[in-house]
Write a protein of this length. Structure first.
Length: 513
């Protein structure tokens, strides 16, 4: 029990570091997004999102290899085999360099042709789109090579450094906005160049930190084909879901461009930025619990493994609701304050996107558990197939006169099917007790949802959009999530561990005086 509390406290401490990071990143990102929209204008903002979309289209390859790297590094740390860990780390760097080179060549050959001949971009902005593509591609390749260093830091749970560097990165991007305001050069091209410079600075920082901090597992001149095969096999199966996710997201961008227009891409870009901010909460917590799940599986500590999955599922949902409810209910007010004027249908797009990620929020621990086992083949086939089926469904929706919100709701509905299929599959992969999971997690989190949503919504409808209704609905939703989460969603063991956290002890001490 003491060991479990220590591990739980480590997760909480890391979550705290990442929470501070998230708050600062979120505030600066929202400010810079507004300024960028004003500086670039809706047309150039849409062009940047569209061209960036094409580069990210190949990001599923990067994500697949990153998943393999993160899994093997974390697993070897859990096993305590330092020699093997050094070999895995070195081969991970080699593999990422090879992937970056290959993708650079492929995208140079195909990307320029596609942007200049197939995308719906104003002819007067084609030259700028090409410059943005080149610098976005270089930034993307640097990000690939950076991934092994990033994975090593997270596998060792050095969240304090990760949080600090993330804050530095967002401050640099704030500096980019300031320089854009001063620049007399083409704003769109300048934006691409400056973001590339930021990526170089962050890469150097990751490299130096890993070199100094993890000297015992530093990069060595090592080559072993067997590890390439392991990475390729693992990454190959990861590609099914990662590729399906990227194909779905980028297909949505392309469908919006073809059937609605570049303004819809700008609206979708804004909606995705708001959702990305909300997902920072969820992503931070995921990074905090992911190493614990993989390490407990590697150490064959299955009691803690199952406890961590159940607890992480509930906490992920709580954290996502904490941010999503006040934003979704007050979205028109928030967009008006944040951006002033914004593209039509932005609010509708965001609400549909939130429905998609609502189910992802409590499914993330299952995804981590799948990667912990290393047996990802059938999971990837099942989930990847369902996700890919969403693409023709969305296309048919547009062809028969559907709008953007309808397409996004179709996309979200397929993700609900994925959640059901994944949960059932867990019974066979990790011997999950479905009835216990249903009682301990599903019933509790959806009871929370049913209690939290109505009252804040009634307040906003009654008071109208404004600062008073925003503050009241936000405070009420946070209060309801905290109370119902503590009393109903958490079990007795989770409540006891929470009470023993230093920060909670201080709050209880203050309230009891």
């Amino acid at each position: 029990m003491v060991v479990e509390q220590t591990r739980a406290q480590r997760v909480t401490k890391n979550t705290f570091y990442l929470f501070i990071r998230m708050c600062l990143v979120l505030l600066v990102s929202f400010y810079t997004s507004r300024v960028i929209l004003d500086v670039l204008g809706i047309e150039d903002f849409g062009v940047y999102n569209l061209v960036g979309t094409f580069v990210v289209f190949f990001g599923f390859l990067k994500t697949a290899l990153t998943n393999a790297t993160s899994r093997y590094l974390t697993y070897e740390i859990g096993c305590g085999d330092e020699k093997t860990l050094t070999k895995v780390y070195s081969m991970a760097i080699n593999s990422h360099i090879i992937l970056a080179a290959v993708l650079w060549i492929v995208m140079e050959l195909f990307g320029v042709w596609f942007i200049n001949t197939r995308l719906n971009i104003d002819p007067s902005r084609i030259y700028a789109a090409n410059y943005v593509f080149q610098f976005s591609l270089l930034t993307f390749c640097i990000g690939i090579i950076q991934n092994p260093f990033h994975s090593l830091i997270l596998a060792n749970e050095k969240m304090n450094f990760y949080a600090i560097l993330s804050i530095i990165e967002v401050l640099l991007k704030l500096g980019v906005v300031y320089l854009l305001l001063l620049s007399s050069f083409d704003k769109l091209i300048s934006y691409g160049i400056l973001l590339f410079i930021v990526s170089v600075i962050i890469f150097i920082s990751y490299f130096i930190y890993c070199r100094v901090t993890f000297s015992k597992i530093a990069y060595i001149k090592y080559w072993d084909k067997s590890w390439i095969k392991k990475f390729m096999s693992y990454s190959g199966w990861s590609l099914l879901v990662n590729g399906a996710d990227v194909c779905s997201l980028q297909s949505i961008n392309i469908f919006f461009n073809l059937f609605i227009g570049i303004t819809a891409n700008a609206a979708l870009g804004i909606a995705n930025q708001v959702n990305s901010g909300m997902n920072l909460f969820l992503g931070n917590f995921t990074q905090a619990f992911r190493p614990q799940i993989i390490k407990s599986y590697a150490a064959k500590d299955f009691v803690y493994f199952y406890k961590m999955i159940f607890s992480a599922s509930k906490m992920s949902f709580l954290l996502y609701l904490l941010v999503a409810v006040p934003i979704v209910i007050n979205i028109d007010f928030i967009l008006g304050i944040w951006l002033g004027e914004y593209p039509e249908n932005t609010a509708g797009y965001l609400k549909a996107i939130v429905m998609f990620y609502l189910f992802d929020s409590f499914q993330n621990p299952f995804v981590t558990a799948v990667h912990a086992t290393g047996n990802i083949k059938y999971h990837q086939i099942i989930i990847g197939t369902i996700k890919l089926l969403a693409i023709p469904a969305m296309y048919l929706s547009f062809k028969f006169g559907g709008d953007g919100v309808t397409a996004l709701l179709i996309w979200a509905s397929f993700n609900i099917v994925c959640s059901v299929a994944r949960t059932i599959y867990m019974k066979y992969l990790i011997s999950l007790d479905l009835s216990e999971y249903f009682k301990q997690v599903i019933v509790r989190i959806f009871f929370l949802l049913a209690v939290v949503l109505p009252l804040p919504y009634i307040i906003v409808q009654g008071l109208g959009y404004g600062w008073i209704s925003f503050i009241c609905s936000t405070l009420l939703s946070a209060f309801l999530i905290a109370i119902v989460g503590y009393l109903i969603v958490m079990n007795s063991q989770e409540r006891e561990i929470l009470k023993k956290m230093p920060i909670v002890k201080k709050v209880i001490s203050v309230l009891s005086k």
